[in-house]
Ligand binder design. Structure first.
Ligand code: AMP
Length: 389
């Protein structure tokens, strides 16, 4: 989700700039001013309460605001993101917004403050008043709205500066210039997002070779737990020594070790566009671990892809591989191959089912040439990048 609040005094151009943002980023627009005017038009109980306050240029109570805004947000949980105009306007409302975002398991990404001096605001609002039909666009009320802004709304900026999501834009500039500067802030915000992918498939489906190729093409970090374990043994690290003795005793490497390796990878990978996981998560427990690790790094899964290949073809491919230099220790006998396929079926298929229910798993037909499958996966990845916002 991309959630943005447009901040600024009345007349700063929030409404004008909102139009462009809604179209460009497909956001759900929430203007508390518009919502209140609708309530007044309908002469609802809330509308009647708000009417005289708005007419005088004061701020409507936080209790009224929470009621109108909560309903709008919770009625639209599938929105691509929200654009707030005229909210939050008080310190209390900043906390209300935090709470509402938590409820949707998301957060406000940026607060963009349109900055313009008081006399320019008055001039613009008086001009707007000639055609807006808004009774609060007259000089006495305008001055009152601006003094409410300075006294109650401006201090809210401190809240967002502290959170590190505040950006200021000089809004006395021409509309297209302001728009461009807003866009720059959003593009930068979007570029911070990671495209995290899990590539599922039975052993022999081509996950490894596809995963590596996709990672290279799109600047993703390829995370394959099997080779990562091998690397630790080779480098004879502390973890490597532990894994070696576990391997020698014939036991499975415990999740605690795998978690450490993945955590290291997440921390040490700089300037990557995202991560592509292969061979992890393998079990339901590991799927919870992955969700938690990504959450800890303020990111999440963006795309889950499964390469589908019928069982007979898998056996044929693995058997063929066993006769080449690429033969893995677990390819050496039919019994071992069958065991691996069974492991996937009993432990990993439930993970794919869980993800399918939660986020949807994209299925890619793996019975085709490497290039054809690669093209299909690439198409999904490009879609993923587009949907990151
Ligand atoms: P606007 O359309 O944003 O200029 O809002 C018009 C009027 O609606 C304001 O002067 C306030 O009286 C009221 N209003 C709008 N949003 C809020 C809010 N978040 N908190 C309190 N009052 C608001």
């Amino acid at each position: 989700m991309l959630n943005i609040a447009l901040f600024g005094p009345p007349g700063a151009g929030k409404g004008t700039q909102s139009q462009f943002l809604i179209d460009e980023y497909n956001l759900f627009y929430i203007s508390t001013g518009d919502l209140l005017r609708t309530e007044i038009k309908n002469q609802s109980k809330l509308g009647k309460e708000a009417q005289s306050i708005i007419a005088s240029g004061g701020l409507v109570s936080d209790e009224i605001i929470v009621q109108i805004i909560e309903k709008t947000i919770t009625d639209n949980p599938d929105a691509n993101g929200f654009l707030f105009d005229g909210f939050p306007r008080t310190y209390i409302q900043a906390y209300i917004l935090e709470g509402l975002m938590i409820k949707l398991n998301t957060s406000l990404n940026c607060l963009i403050s349109l900055e313009v001096d008081e006399e320019e605001s008055v001039k613009r609002l008086l001009k707007r008043g000639k055609s807006s039909g808004r009774t609060d666009d007259n000089e006495t009320v305008i001055r009152n709205r601006l003094s409410e802004y300075k006294e109650k709304t401006l201090p809210v900026l401190g809240f967002y500066k502290e959170k590190g999501i505040y950006s200021g834009v000089d809004s006395s500039k021409p509309i297209p210039t302001v728009r461009k500067n807003i866009q720059k802030i959003i593009v930068e915000e979007l570029s911070k997002r990671l495209l995290n992918i899990v590539l599922f498939g039975y052993p022999g489906s081509g996950r490894g070779s596809q995963g590596k190729a996709v990672a290279k093409k799109y600047g993703l970090e390829y995370v394959a737990t099997g080779p990562m374990l091998g690397e630790e043994i080779e480098k004879n690290t502390e973890i490597g020594k532990q894994i070696k003795s576990i391997y020698e005793s014939g036991k499975l490497v415990p999740d605690e070790i795998v978690v450490q390796l993945i955590e290291q990878k997440l921390e040490n990978s700089k300037n990557v566009k995202g991560f592509i996981f292969k061979g992890f998560p393998r079990t339901l427990v590991q799927s919870y671990i992955l969700d938690g690790l990504l959450k800890k790094h303020d990111t999440a899964l963006a795309k889950i892809i499964e390469i589908e290949v019928p069982t007979l073809e898998l056996i044929r491919r693995l058997d063929e591989r066993s006769k080449t230099d690429n033969c893995m220790p677990y390819d050496t006998s039919t019994a071992k191959i069958v065991k691996r396929l069974q492991e996937h079926e009993t432990k990993t298929v439930p993970v794919i089912e869980k993800y399918n229910e939660l986020h949807g798993v994209v299925k890619v037909d793996g019975i085709a040439s490497f290039e054809e499958v690669f093209e299909k996966i690439s198409f999904e990845i490009e879609n993923g990048f587009k949907n990151l916002r």
